[in-house]
Design a protein around this ligand. Structure first.
Ligand code: FES
Ligand code: FES
Length: 191
């Protein structure tokens, strides 16, 4: 009889429980046990990045990680990036820039691209190249991927200062209301 271990983790915000053999790769647990087939297997030896997922906020090659090592972890797969059926900005930019050819590398590529943006919302080309260097694309569509990410970077750069200004105004308004309440007591509520 094959020995199994109980595995509890959170995948894309949902708790999951599986019984897995001790030598099962996280990639197989996600695909076969969890039905999340967006994450791809290509080389299975840590060379191509097709199997990239996030585990506790860090990108990993899920073909190289044992499922049992992910016990208690929070995992994000490509299925977890879109919200309410809306592609996230990185996914949308890949689509808009035609950065997808056969598509096999794309889930892993997008997970690594998202990690770059999470780390720095406005990365430059060198940072983008470095962040995607662990992901191989056999169709060699790298330039369009870089362009897509530079677009996300530009967009974040444009919206960044406006968002900061909006927050500053809101902060000042709240601060003013607090000062008023301290000086004059809470505002009367009209009945
Ligand atoms: S399938 Fe995991 S790195 Fe290639
Ligand atoms: S789009 Fe075909 S391997 Fe990258």
């Amino acid at each position: 009889m094959t020995q199994t271990n109980p595995l509890r983790f959170s995948v894309n915000g949902y708790p999951q429980s599986l019984d897995v053999p001790p030598n099962l790769a996280l990639l197989d647990a996600l695909r076969d046990g969890g039905g999340l087939t967006g994450t791809k297997e290509c080389c299975a030896v840590g060379e191509c990045g097709a199997c990239t997922v996030k585990v506790n906020g860090r990108t990993v090659n899920s073909c190289l990680m044992l499922a049992v090592e992910a016990d208690g972890a929070e995992i994000t797969t490509i299925e977890g990036l879109a919200v309410d059926g809306q592609l996230n900005p990185v996914q949308q930019a890949f689509l808009d820039y035609g950065a997808i050819q056969c598509g096999f590398c794309i889930p892993g590529m997008v997970m690594s691209a998202q990690a770059v943006i999470d780390n720095n919302p406005c990365p430059g080309l060198e940072e983008i190249r470095e962040g995607l260097s662990g992901n191989l694309c056999r169709c060699a569509g790298y330039n369009r991927m870089f362009e897509a990410m530079l677009e996300v970077s530009r967009h974040n750069g444009d919206s960044g200062p406006r968002e900061q200004e909006r927050r500053r105004v809101r902060h000042d308004a709240l601060r003013g209301a607090q000062d008023d309440a301290i000086a004059h007591g809470p505002a009367e509520v009209e009945s």
